[in-house]
Design a protein around this ligand. Structure first.
Ligand SMILES: [Cu+2]
Length: 506
């Protein structure tokens, strides 16, 4: 059963007396306000917790344990029974709930999921009779973003959210991902900026038919290895994922649990999927990615494969990089990404969901806001704390690969330091690129000021106008297009959203 419903997460539960007539003061109707946390299994079973939360739990708080079912439909019917926690002051309480997930309004970006329904006291307690019925409304909270629970150091956020780093990361990926499909005039124009992916005429497209052999996977590993190294140098406490995180219930009353953590206890909780208008395939993929069966069936199968010494010893570094990039890496980005939210300074619009994301050539200053840390595109993903965990996982596979080769053919793969990054000597078989591609070099860019020094990025071009021009070449009209098309030169071709981490068949 597909349950593509926005139910898992934290809800504010409110119940009211069912009193006819005019009471004037709504406060007279209040029964209870509490926190409701819900999780849904793939067979439509729901479970959760309902209770009042202190700012800091001591572990003895009473709450109700929720169990029930969701029946999809329009509206979806959600029913559950809540039982008081044994040995707490709610011990013996039983309430039954039946609610409906309110249908969404079209063109209502400020809407929140709500469950409306009634609840009955099934068993009398504390002198309150069985059989009473109340109305309730549950209102869903926004997902608690990792930037709130496991924030990066401010120095890292400042650096990574700068225009220089955003455009560099976006363009680096865009150049190698699109290269194989660019027209010859566009390729020539991109070469003129110095932003062709690799040495001129020997470019290494990441999505070409020969991607497993062309060395683009080495570029992927190397470029991100430097990023990870730089960030860890700025803050050694930035963690990694030794193994992919398990699905975790978003709420807990365990001792020491803070109210401010609820919804994302360790920072690795799954954000809700969303509906991409007019794109049911992507929408369905976003929901599938978040399922526990997908964690077990796909993610953990890939993880087992890419940590298998026998398998790693059979692969060149470039083949491993390309395979990881377009399978588990892309899927990790999209499993843990939230919907894009408008980072505008206009308070009336800030935070509203933009389900189609940023247009690839939307260079508005608002996208430089540090809160624009959308994990689903390369202009913003590296500001998100999850990026550094998942790229830590990717980076560790390089070490596994080396150990696997060392065990089978000792001394053949030779470690070395390349431009400050721990790397391997070229042998033509297992390691192929003399110079992994990190973007345009200062010496090759006609628009870059010679001698202009970028601390920590020797030789890399971080010149924003050049990088914007290169993106316009990639996503804009053909260089020789008719004048009418040229008038829209600042616009991407219609429907060109900033790249999402889609999968390609391996
Ligand atoms: Cu990247």
């Amino acid at each position: 059963m597909g349950i593509n419903l926005d139910i898992p997460g934290i809800w504010t539960y409110r119940s009211f007396l069912n009193v006819p007539g005019n009471v004037g003061d709504f406060g007279k109707l209040t029964v209870w306000e509490a926190e409701l946390s819900l999780e849904v299994s793939e067979d439509g079973h729901i479970y959760g917790l309902l209770g009042e939360r202190p700012d800091l739990c001591v572990g003895t708080e009473p709450y109700l344990l929720v169990e029930g079912t969701v029946i999809p439909g329009n509206p979806a019917v959600i029913s559950w029974r809540a039982k008081g926690k044994p040995q707490s002051e709610y011990d013996g309480w039983i309430y039954d709930y039946r609610g409906y997930l309110s249908p969404e309004w079209p063109d209502a970006p400020r809407s929140r999921p709500t469950i409306v329904g009634t609840v009955t006291r099934t068993v009398a307690h504390n002198g309150a009779p069985a059989g009473s019925v109340f109305s309730f409304v549950a209102v869903k909270s926004d997902f608690l973003e990792p930037r709130k629970t496991i924030p990066l150091a401010k120095s890292i956020i400042d650096m990574m959210s700068s225009a220089e780093h955003r455009y560099h990361h976006a363009l680096w990926h865009a150049s190698r991902d699109t290269w194989d499909n660019l027209s010859d005039p566009k390729k020539e124009a991109l070469r003129a900026t110095g932003w062709q992916p690799g040495p001129k005429t020997k470019e290494r497209a990441s999505l070409a038919a020969d991607r497993l052999a062309n060395g683009s996977g080495e570029d992927f590993f190397y470029m991100h290895r430097r990023m990870v190294k730089e960030v860890r140098a700025m803050d050694p406490s930035v963690g990694t994922w030794r193994r992919l995180p398990q699905q975790q219930f978003p709420s807990s009353f365990a001792p020491e649990t803070k109210a401010s953590q609820i919804g994302n206890l360790d920072g690795y909780s799954l954000p809700p999927a969303w509906v991409v208008p007019g794109d049911p395939d992507t929408t369905n993929w976003l929901f599938e990615l978040r399922k526990t069966s997908t964690l077990y069936g796909r993610f953990q199968a890939w993880e087992a494969l890419y940590t298998s010494a026998d398998y790693l010893a059979s692969l060149s570094l470039g083949e491993l990089g390309s395979r990881i990039e377009f399978t588990i890496h892309n899927w990790m980005h999209m499993r843990w990404t939230s919907v894009t939210r408008d980072p505008t300074g206009d308070v009336a619009k800030r935070g509203l969901p933009l389900p189609n994301g940023r247009d690839a050539l939307d260079f508005d200053e608002k996208w430089l806001d540090p809160e624009y840390d959308y994990l689903g595109e390369t202009f913003s993903s590296h500001i998100n704390p999850i990026f550094w965990r998942l790229h830590g996982w990717v980076d560790d596979r390089i070490n596994d690969w080396y150990r696997a080769h060392e065990a089978v053919r000792p001394g053949v793969v030779k470690p070395m330091t390349l431009d400050g990054v721990e790397w391997f000597a070229v042998d033509g078989t297992w390691v192929k690129n003399d110079e992994p591609w990190e973007g345009a070099r200062a010496s090759s860019s006609p628009t870059h000021h010679a001698g202009h020094n970028h601390p920590g990025h020797s030789g890399r071009v971080l010149d924003v106008p050049t990088m914007q021009a290169a993106l316009r070449i990639i996503y804009g009209p053909e260089p020789d297009a008719a004048p009418s098309a040229m008038e829209d030169h600042g616009q991407a071709l219609p429907g060109t959203r900033a790249s999402w981490f889609k999968n390609v068949p391996a």
